[in-house]
Design a protein. Structure first.
Length: 278
């Protein structure tokens, strides 16, 4: 054995060649694996929500909810406007409105009692057939007044609307008719035209047509009913008189113990409807 072989470091090199090579190979750089971009939780949430996937049933439900919400918003706005008008009214105006509501309630109660009385008379009459004919004849007269086929007279009011500016339109006169009906008017006549349940009003140039009959200002209303109810109904705050006066029209309302409504409507036979009683 040579002197160099006897040196300790030479023996180590000869005895451990594989460990040295393994160690060298372990120190070699390991190639990195290629990976895609990292996706965060927020990005995954956005990708799940957009674009939205809406089914037909969900769309229908959404439309229904939108319609319901719109209706509620309109109702709330309408109530708010009414509340604002009442809050701005004077104390005497509020008292007048309450009195009119009480009068309407009393009229409905009187009508209810009248119907109950007719029922009791019919049930308790010894000759029910004769009582039924009597009530039928009386009801026919009442219906004739409402239908405008017979003349009527009684207490009520007259209202004259002088429209020198030509600003009064058909819808304003229609509001007057509706207010009078709500206040208990039983017969109405405007410039010689009888107003009935199916009456319509339209604008005709600078004048108004009632059921196709052209009428000109001044517009004269003859109304049969309880004067104590009819006149206040026209003069409530924001009512007919106030609205017409804003249009620079002059309105005159007067009570009378006797109003004659003599304009008549021809009785119309229905084309298809027939009585179902046997």
């Amino acid at each position: 054995m040579s002197h160099e072989d006897g040196r300790p470091e030479h023996r180590l090199r000869r005895e451990l060649p594989e460990e040295v090579q393994a160690s060298a190979s372990s120190e070699a750089p390991i190639p990195e694996e290629k990976s895609g971009p990292t996706v965060t939780g927020r990005q995954r949430l956005v990708q799940g929500l957009w674009p939205p996937r809406v089914s037909r049933a969900q769309l229908i439900v959404a439309l229904l909810l939108f319609g319901l919400g719109f209706g509620l918003a309109v109702q709330v706005a309408s109530n708010s406007n009414s509340d604002s008008a009442l809050r701005g009214a004077r104390q005497e105006d509020l008292v007048r409105i309450l009195d009119e509501l009480d009068d309407r309630t009393q009229r409905l109660e009187d009508e209810k009692q009248g119907l109950q009385k007719q029922r009791d008379e019919l049930e308790n009459s010894s000759d029910q057939a004769e009582e039924a004919r009597k009530q039928t004849a009386e009801k026919e007269k009442q219906l004739g007044i409402l239908a405008g086929t017979v003349a009527a007279q009684g207490p009520g009011i007259t209202m004259t609307i002088d429209d020198t500016k030509g600003t009064v339109e058909a819808d304003m006169l229609l509001d007057a008719v509706q207010e009078l009906r709500a206040a208990g008017a039983e017969a109405i006549q405007v410039n010689g035209v009888r107003v009935v349940a199916n009456t319509y009003l339209t604008d005709s140039g600078k004048s108004v047509s009632v059921d196709g009959n052209k009428i000109n200002a001044p517009y004269r209303f003859k109304v049969i009913g309880k004067p104590q109810d009819l006149e206040p109904a026209l003069n409530i705050p924001g009512g007919v008189v106030q609205t017409l006066e804003k249009e620079q029209a002059t309105v005159t309302v007067g009570r009378s113990a006797k109003i004659v409504v003599d304009a008549l409507r021809a009785a119309k036979q229905p084309d298809y409807a027939r009585s179902s009683s046997r």
